[in-house]
Design a protein around this ligand. Structure first.
Ligand code: ARG
Length: 578
């Protein structure tokens, strides 16, 4: 259920009935201050301006035509023409009761599901996976889970960097290792492997030439060389999979569709763009000049799709990928979750793809950009010695720190239990710290902040969940057996009921705008509304009438289920105990 949408429809209908032009929107939003209703409709002001009438008068005409049905208790005019809407308590109570009986919490699947391709994670296999890929992986996976829950067909695409000139050096190094029978050992530590290959490439006489030969052979489809490459790729992918596993990320091997998959299509694509006159030869290279993205002086933005020596680029592959996703995967919507520093590149690719007719207007192309992960020193996140941070080690550290916290907090817990809780809390903390920040901003990676049990963190929410659940253990009640009417008499009960009822509209908003932090803020607010309710409204205390206890237990149960569902959509586990 999306309250905002339901109210928008009602207010829009009232506006039409009041003779307001159809393109004047109702502008419905959640009320920000207590005492001003639950929602506000602010469309009267803009409409009055357009029509040259008095906004308060227009607002009262809208209210007069407003058919509130069961939903709206009253609508009042405030200030220059705001309409404050109060929801009916009965309507709220009935909806919550329904949500309580629905495994989907009253969140109906979308009416017109789309095919959404989400391109995320995408590490470069010729390099160690770094923190930028961590961000892409975490954000992309949350979006995939959420859109899937909404009923869309989600196609995950792990656009791994598994092709390109760097592989020459790696393959030359690998073939030597194989000859010496120590390939297996060498590939176990990919980072050392890359480093060794790079040193040889820079310093060893003749090695760079061999590396270049390997590139030529690889691109020419030499079977021996391809076999070597495949071996390297398989091992690299399993290294990534270890990370996915640890992170509780839904990506699998079948989602890998790397750059190499587009290799055969690149010459075809370049030829086609030349023939269509969209690309031109320029100083030996092939370039698409994009007038659509011209600078202030009117110079078109150049996008090279074939280098002078004949080589193809990252951009060429992205054009091929867009075409594949539209034609073969039948995408209605393509999300690419990658660093904000690739904005220009993707803008060019999107513009060129449209210009070439690969994508029509029915398909959206969206760059879900994110900022850089910073260290405590405000500089891009590095190890103390300035190296790239190994993701596996980072996640292990998170788990270790969380385990220690949990053990200190609960000395009575067994070792095994502590380890399991620490794992869920540590990984949850890393993921939530990332997801809860506006993704387009840079963010500071800080252990203490992310592992805190206070504030907008995973441990806080996970702990809130266990606290709510513990009520049922104390009550000796199975939440599945709860029934009876919901009573929303106190302001805290009402506020909590409204928060709970807003879950659906928050999911819709995240699905539309692809900002997962909106869901995090919502869950945090929900937990806070629960704490306020818990303070003010006794649940199990003696003397609480049966009907009230029943209703409050149902509220508790909905809180627990909503937190669990919300965290699950973010890829974060909840625990019965911590
Ligand atoms: N492998 C690229 C990188 O590490 C990210 C790929 C993102 N997806 C894309 N279609 N360009 O920067």
């Amino acid at each position: 259920m999306n309250i905002r949408q339901l109210l928008s429809d009602k207010v829009q209908a009232a506006m039409l009935a009041a003779g307001i032009p159809a393109d004047c929107g109702p502008v419905v939003a959640q009320a920000r201050k207590a005492g001003f209703g639950d929602y506000q409709a602010n469309g009267a002001m803009a409409a009055a301006k357009r029509m040259g009438t008095n906004p308060r008068e227009l607002a009262s005409q809208i209210v007069a035509k407003l058919d509130g049905g069961e939903m709206i208790e009253k609508a009042e005019i405030a200030g220059p023409g705001f309409i404050n809407i109060h929801l009916s308590e009965k309507w709220l109570a009935d909806n919550l009761a329904e949500a309580g009986n629905d495994p989907r919490l009253n969140i109906a699947p979308v009416e017109s599901p789309q095919t959404v391709v989400i391109d995320y994670s995408a590490p470069n296999l010729a390099k160690e996976m770094h923190v930028g890929h961590l961000r892409s992986t975490i954000i992309g996976d949350a979006l995939a889970r959420l859109l899937e829950f909404q009923g869309h067909k989600v196609i995950r695409q792990n656009h791994m960097g598994d092709w390109g000139t760097q592989f020459g050096m790696l393959l030359a190094h690998l073939s030597d290792k194989l000859e010496n029978n120590d390939a297996e050992v060498a590939l176990a530590d990919l980072e050392t492997f890359y480093r060794e290959a790079k040193i040889r490439f820079d310093e060893e006489e003749g090695f760079a030439d061999r590396a270049r030969e390997y590139v030529v052979k690889l691109q020419g489809g030499d079977p021996k060389c391809l076999e070597l490459w495949q071996q390297f790729i398989d091992i690299s992918i399993s290294h990534s999979e270890e990370i996915y596993d640890k992170l509780n990320v839904t990506l699998t091997r079948s989602d890998v569709y790397g750059e190499s998959q587009y290799n055969d299509d690149l010459p075809v694509l370049v030829q086609e763009l030349l023939e269509k006159g969209i690309a031109v030869k320029n100083q030996g290279a092939v370039v698409v000049f994009l007038e659509e993205m011209a600078d202030k002086e009117g110079n078109p933005s150049p996008m090279i799709i074939q280098k002078r020596g004949g080589g193809y680029l990252y951009a060429t592959t992205d054009l091929a990928a867009i075409r594949y996703r539209v034609n073969k995967l039948h995408a209605d919507r393509i999300l690419i979750v990658v660093d904000a520093r690739q904005s220009l590149h993707l803008q060019q690719a999107f513009t060129a793809a449209r210009k070439a007719g690969f994508v029509d207007d029915s398909v959206t192309l969206e760059h879900c950009a994110f900022g850089t992960m910073m260290g405590d020193d405000g500089k891009p996140f590095k190890t103390r010695t300035g190296g790239t941070v190994k993701l596996a080690a980072l996640l292990d550290e998170a788990i270790e720190r969380a385990q220690k916290l949990v053990a200190d907090k609960n000395p009575e817990l067994g070792e095994e239990e502590c380890a399991e809780i620490g794992r869920a809390v540590g990984i949850g903390a890393v993921k939530y710290a990332d997801l809860s920040k506006t993704r387009t901003n840079d963010y500071v990676f800080n252990w203490d902040a992310m592992l805190s049990f206070e504030g907008n963190t995973a441990p806080y929410l996970q702990y809130a969940y266990t606290r709510v659940r513990s009520i049922f253990r104390r009550a000796g009640t199975n939440p599945g057996e709860l029934s009876g009417d919901m009573i929303l008499e106190t302001p805290e009960e009402r506020a909590l009921a409204i928060k709970l009822s807003q879950f659906g509209e928050v999911l819709d908003q995240v699905a539309r705008d692809t900002y997962p932090h909106v869901l995090c803020s919502y869950l945090y607010d929900l937990a806070s509304a629960y704490m306020a309710f818990y303070e003010a409204c006794p649940v199990l205390k003696e003397g609480v009438p049966e009907a009230q206890r029943n209703s409050r237990l149902q509220l508790c149960n909905l809180v627990a289920r909503t937190i669990a569902c919300g965290l699950d959509l973010l890829g974060i586990e909840v625990l019965e105990k911590m």
